[in-house]
Design a protein around this ligand. Sequence first.
Ligand SMILES: [Zn+2]
Length: 209
Amino acid sequence: MFSFIRKFFENRRKRAAERDRLCQDLLHRVSKALSDYIGVDKDNKECIQKWRGDNGNLLSELSNIRRFKWSSFYGTLKQQKEKFDEFYRRSYERIQSIYARERQKQEESKLVSKMLKQLVSKQKDQKFKVIESKDLNRKLGVLTSHCDDVIPFDENCPCCGKDGRKKTLYSTEAEALIVAEQCSKERGYPLRVYPCPYGGGFHITSNPN
Ligand SMILES: [Zn+2]
């Protein structure tokens, strides 16, 4: 009888130790996910997406932490879970807002491209000199703000600049020439137009080769 009771308590102690071990392990992984999130580039949707992908399993694991209710680490785990849930929710909102910004930029770029095409068709058969009119300068002001922009018109063009960002793809050489001329005036060094090696448009570069 005495040995039966002893065994009972021994088993209970073992189960408690095992529960603590599992709880601590989970706690360790949550803490790592939280510190990883601090290091994520908040303006890079691929980066955020990766963090979400890496921690998707953890999210579902944390949805049921009641099983650790009797562990001595439960309080800490619960706090960390709340932080994690908050980060996970915020990461989703971040991605959505990046997409919205990109869509907006894309729309603006398309508009500028359309304006340029109209301009180019007016200037047909001339050398593409920039007309000194207020209206045009204003349009070009908008345009040059997109000179280094991240939005390509063609998803198939993977070309990136020195900074690693996607290059703007101009659908006609004339557009690219106008932008290049305006940008090099502003920056004080020459820019060159070249056809995208993947076809379908033109890029601008400061690389002389
Ligand atoms: Zn390209």
